[in-house]
Every structure is written in C-alpha cells, then in structure tokens.
Design a protein around this ligand. Structure first.
Ligand SMILES: [Ca+2]
Ligand SMILES: [Ca+2]
Ligand SMILES: [Ca+2]
Length: 196
C-alpha cells in the first residue's frame, strides 16, 4: 500500500511537470564563429539576464543589442577551434558588477575581464589569471569548498588543479594566444590554490 502511494505521488508529480506550459525560443546571436562557450549574467544591472559569447555581451531580454568588451577575433569552424572555449561570470573585484572569465584554447590561459560599470563603452580591462596549462575537455567554475566563492577546476597533463578568485592578478594589455605546442610544453603536474 505504501509503495503504491509513493508510486502515485511520483507519477502525479511527473505528469504535472510534463503538462507544464513551457516553451523555448531559439535565438541566433551571430552567424560568426567567435567562441565555443557562452555564459549568462546581468552585466548592466537592469534586472534582465544578459549573455556573453566571444568578444561581445548581448543585452537581455531581447539580446538584439550587443556590446564589444574585448578585441574581436573570428574563426573558421571548418579549419579548427577558437581561442575562447569557456566563459563564466563572477564579480571578481567585488564591486557589485558581474565580470567575465574566459578560458582560452585547452592548455592555455584563464583571464577575467573587468566590468567597467555604468555601461562604459570600450574594451574591458583584461586580468591574466593563469598564463598556461588550463586544460581538460570541460573545466568548470564552481564552489568546491562550500564558502560561497567559486573555484576554477581544471586538469593538467597528469594532475588536477583548482584556483580561487583573487584580486591579485596580473594585468595584461591584450589577449594572448599561445600556440597549442607552446601550451603543451608548459604543462606540468602541479596543484595550487591562492585566495585573498
Ligand atoms: Ca542586463
Ligand atoms: Ca566586478
Ligand atoms: Ca569556494
């Protein structure tokens, strides 16, 4: 009897979910190949979620207007990959404005872009976090330690590593695009962490 009741409850919940009136709309941001990854965040703090993809962020809720926050590079998908594989959002300098973290080609860099606040035009300041060795098919940015602050989780050739967000990052005048060969040569078995 108890099992029947549980099954009925589960079935009822399932039917309720399936009958929910949920619709999805596909929207193409661009026809140009800029990046493999994208992320969401409210970059202008208007209460609407925006999308960052490649060198642009697209203002929600329509995503019709885009803003260039980094130098534009386009790639040919028939010939290879981009140098912009993963995007994450986080307020790295704790100023209340969402910033952007970009992981480049596997085995290369991690850098975050500082939101200039108040919708300032121009490119966002780039902060190089890790200059090489950020590898794995799918690095992620998540709170491993339970303190509410996300860590960057990735692997190297024969190990794994995590990094916590820190304000002590080096500034870089522009994006760097080391070759896969150079990046591979720089890989090592290390695990490190730093935090403010
Ligand atoms: Ca917004
Ligand atoms: Ca910020
Ligand atoms: Ca954490």
């Amino acid at each position: 009897m108890r099992l029947r009741l549980i099954c009925a409850l589960v079935l009822g919940a399932t039917c309720q979910c399936l009958s929910a009136d949920v619709h999805f709309e596909k929207k193409r941001l661009t026809d140009v190949f800029h990046s493999e990854g994208a992320a969401a965040g409210d970059f202008n703090r208007d209460g609407h979620t925006d999308v960052v993809s490649g060198p642009y962020w697209y203002a929600g809720p329509t995503f019709d207007v885009r803003h260039e926050y980094a130098p534009v590079k386009s790639f040919d998908p028939a010939r290879g990959y981009s140098d912009n594989f993963f995007a994450f959002t986080h307020d790295f300098n704790a100023d209340g404005w969402a910033d952007v973290l970009i992981l480049g080609f596997p085995g290369t860099t991690a850098a975050w872009y500082e939101n200039p606040r108040e919708n300032a035009s121009g490119h966002w300041r780039r902060h190089l976090v890790i200059d090489k060795g950020v590898d794995n098919e799918s690095p992620t940015f998540t709170d491993l330690t339970g303190d509410g602050k996300p860590e960057l989780v990735y692997t190297r050739t024969a190990g794994s590593a995590t990094r916590r967000p820190t304000r002590r990052t080096r500034r870089s005048p522009g994006p760097s695009t080391p070759s896969p060969r150079a990046a591979s040569a720089g890989r090592s078995r290390t695990a490190s962490a730093s935090a403010t």
